[in-house]
Each structure stands twice: as structure tokens, then as C-alpha cells.
Design a protein around this ligand. Structure first.
Ligand code: HEM
Length: 192
């Protein structure tokens, strides 16, 4: 595929650009008694170009931004909304992923992209307390529903995108692995 758009080479991020849709998602979230609460969901992710950036006249980055909307399968209500960027440094193959969710939590994760047999695997993590790939959360969340760590593995092959993300929480007095998985199909290649 052509990875150059408006004279910017987006490298492995180019294959994300467009709209994706999936209806087989599963959310495992904490119930107040500490047990896992499972909710099937549908979701759409729209990735658009975000241009290039140069840091301290030294680090060259390219980025795409995204909006991820998740709805309960049973009633269509939005129960998760997420925005952020995927950022790539061509000279080192570093990949970063920033995200914001409207619970008062933001993070920057870092990691790698591996390509083999036409499949790209994006794998990034963040840990609370890190000054680099860390997590920022509101006073309430820090006290009552702390995100200790985050990991996402996202695989793209043949216009199919699959992710599995684990948000490591401490809530209702114990640790809980909040897990979200979904497979989405490409709907459009639109670049805006
Ligand atoms: C497809 C993605 C996701 C879905 C569908 C989802 C959905 C949910 C649901 C249904 C709850 C339980 C809310 C309640 O008890 O009222 C929850 C809790 C929570 N989620 Fe997510 N979530 C997703 C991703 C994330 C991500 C990426 C993060 C942060 C990195 C996150 C952070 C949290 C936190 C901190 C809580 C605890 C709040 C609480 O239960 O009171 N979630 N999520």
C-alpha cells in the first residue's frame, strides 16, 4: 500500500487510516462485589492523519489520531469513548500510543510494531508511576479505581483489525484485570 500522504510517509501507521467496525466485542469490567461483569459490544474506530512532528530539532515523528466509540450490543448505548494518537519514529521503529477516556484517565504507552507474513502487531504498555510511559488519573480515580498498568496488542491483517487490551485496576479493595477484546473490519480508506 502507498504509505505516503501529503508528502509524509506514515510507514506502518498508514494501514490504520480509515474507518473500522466490529460487532463481536467483549468487555470484562469490575462489578461492585469484585466479580467480572461481561458485556458484549459493537465498536467503531476512525483513524485520520495527524501529520509529522519534530522534537528538539532531533526526533522525527509521524502520527495518526483516532476516535474509538463503543456501544452495548443489547441497547446501543455508548459505554466507552476514547481518543488518542498512535505515534511512530521511523529511525528507531519506536511506537507510542496516547489515550484519553472520559473517566479522568490519560496515558502514554510505548512499545513495538512487528511485521511478518503480511501481519502487523502493535504492542505497547504503560505503568502508573513511570515518568515516561505512564498514567495520569484524577484524585478520585487514584483513590477509588486506580489504573496500575495498561497493555494493548493490536493486530492488523487483510483489512481486519483485532485488539486485546488489559487495564490493570485496583478497585473495590482488590486487583482486577479489566479486559476488552474485539475484531473489526475495514469500512473505508478515507483519509480525513
Ligand atoms: C473497549 C474498551 C472499554 C470498555 C467497553 C470499557 C467499559 C467499562 C465498563 C462497562 C466499566 C464498568 C463501569 C461501571 O461499573 O459502571 C469500566 C470500568 C473502568 N474502566 Fe473501562 N472500558 C474500556 C477500556 C478502558 C480503558 C482503555 C481504560 C483505561 C486505560 C479503562 C478504565 C476503566 C476504569 C479505571 C474503570 C473503573 C471505574 C469503575 O468501574 O467504577 N477502561 N470500563
Amino acid at each position: 500500500m502507498n504509505t505516503v500522504i501529503d508528502n509524509i510517509n506514515y510507514g506502518p501507521l498508514a494501514q490504520l487510516i480509515g474507518k473500522w467496525s466490529g460487532n463481536t466485542g467483549l468487555d470484562i469490567a469490575p462489578a461492585s462485589d469484585g466479580s467480572p461483569d461481561e458485556s458484549p459490544f459493537t465498536n467503531e474506530i476512525t483513524f485520520t492523519v495527524a501529520g509529522a512532528a519534530e522534537n528538539a530539532e532531533e526526533q522525527e515523528l509521524v502520527a495518526v489520531k483516532y476516535h474509538h466509540v463503543v456501544r452495548r450490543s443489547d441497547n446501543g448505548h455508548i459505554f466507552h469513548d476514547q481518543i488518542g494518537h498512535w505515534i511512530y519514529e521511523p529511525s528507531t521503529q519506536l511506537v507510542m500510543h496516547s489515550l484519553t477516556i472520559p473517566r479522568g484517565v490519560c496515558l502514554l504507552a510505548g512499545g513495538t510494531i512487528e511485521d511478518s507474513n503480511g501481519e502487523s502487531v502493535f504492542d505497547v504498555s504503560a505503568t502508573a508511576g513511570s515518568e515516561t510511559y505512564g498514567i495520569v488519573q484524577s484524585p478520585f480515580m487514584l483513590k477509588k479505581a486506580k489504573t496500575n498498568a495498561f497493555h494493548i496488542k493490536m493486530t492488523i491483517k487483510n483489512n481486519q483489525l483485532t485488539y486485546r487490551e488489559v487495564t490493570f485496576l485496583h478497585i473495590y479493595g482488590k486487583d482486577f484485570e479489566h479486559i476488552d477484546t474485539s475484531t473489526l473490519q475495514r469500512v473505508t480508506y478515507n483519509q480525513d
